[in-house]
Design a protein around this ligand. Sequence first.
Ligand code: NAD
Length: 467
Amino acid sequence: MNYQMIIDGKAVDTHQSFAVINPATEEILAECPAASVEQLNAAVAAARQAFPAWSQVPESERQQKLHAFADLLESNMQELAQLITLEQGKSLDGALFEMGGAIAWGHATAELSLPVEVIQDDEQARIEVHRKPLGVVGSITPWNFPVMIAIWHIMPAILAGNTVVIKPSEMTPLSTLKLVELANTIFPAGVLNVVTGDGAIGAAMADHPDINKIVFTGSSPTGKRIMASAAGNLKRLTLELGGNDAAIVLPDVNVADIAEGLFGAAFFNSGQVCGALKRLYVHEDIYDEVCAALVDIAKTKTVGNGLDEGVDYGPIQNRKQFERVCELVAEAKELGADVLLGGEPTAGKGYFFPLTIVGGISDGTRLVDEEPFGPVLPIIKYQDVNDAIARANDNPNGLGGSIWSADTAKAKQLAMQLECGTAWVNNHAAIQPNMPFGGVKESGIGVEFGPEGLKEFTAIQAVSLPK
Ligand code: NAD
């Protein structure tokens, strides 16, 4: 299949290309176009040209088009899911789940609006607060949920009246090319453009004088580079960055009731989730019981090629990430941690690493202090919950956190002491389209989803009228 970029509504070829690898087989899946900086400039110019007309389209019409786009995703769900599995690695069920999320978020975003707020209307003056689109939005996405995260970026940007240039991760660009091709049957030319390439094209976007905002999901180091480049024209930024979420389990829980919840939050998408549970702090009274329950669940799961029937978890998405996971686990072992399950990469082709649970480990080890972004869960024993909270907070990241307890009122109080953008009780990594989601500290700037997320794609214009 010939993959092409879409600029100004037209399919565009490139002189250069790069290989997209299937992580389950390490075979080349396709050649993807590699955009030149001139092509990026053309995409930005097309978006700029489309902006005045698109920003004047009535909100109700934009909402309708968003719904139509979400419907089109639904009618192409199988094809897109297949492509996600091939390039990302997750199971076909996981890819269909991702598609379901993208469609649900699409429709939910299409229901949002930006009403004018009247903050004063008396004998002196009438003052209105309007929300205006920013112009051209550059979207840069990662490889863990290529379609869903693209939808999180594109839908609110376009609804607010902006036009968009999206650059997917060079690891998983194919599903985004397909998605933008579909979108261009609905939106006017230039409203949504796609360029494919590596970090250099992303860096050129962050630096681009005619892009007004960057919405970025990816690692914290890249987020910092984007922020520095964005200073050139004071681009607006939404940065959804890495996380190293802690969950703290109190001794009053019924382990059997919570084990599935803990397990799912840690291993969903093979742990390649920004808001996954990545550090599990368990009270010493129930430590062994929790470890055993998680190991028992893990033993029932199958890791394999995502296209195969009955596979629960696919490979790690790329070689670099695979090597990082191998390194962090090997280092923990050398330092004396107990590998309770897994722990060694699977021999043969594909970036396969088994579900791995590591006990006898504490803070100060890279596997705990850094985000592994793979199917590995370190479980840390604690005695005093205040100490556990202090250790959970002693980390540069602050995306999510959770407390697990039979006493939800007490758990809420403790959860609110966690330094993070989302605090869950007896749950973790559960997100929904109407709940703002974002990180504090080095996990990012701004939020996505719901009215708060939509407003990030706008500038305020206050209008003051004398009476
Ligand atoms: P990454 O930062 O390496 O790459 C993300 C994107 O940025 C890719 O499209 C890449 O080409 C581009 N890029 C690379 N260098 C760039 C530069 N200098 N300027 C502009 N763009 C550049 O991240 P990744 O490895 O794809 O994703 C994994 C990371 O993303 C993890 O740390 C994870 O926690 C984080 N993540 C966060 C969220 C969230 O919502 N907070 C969601 C998913 C992933």
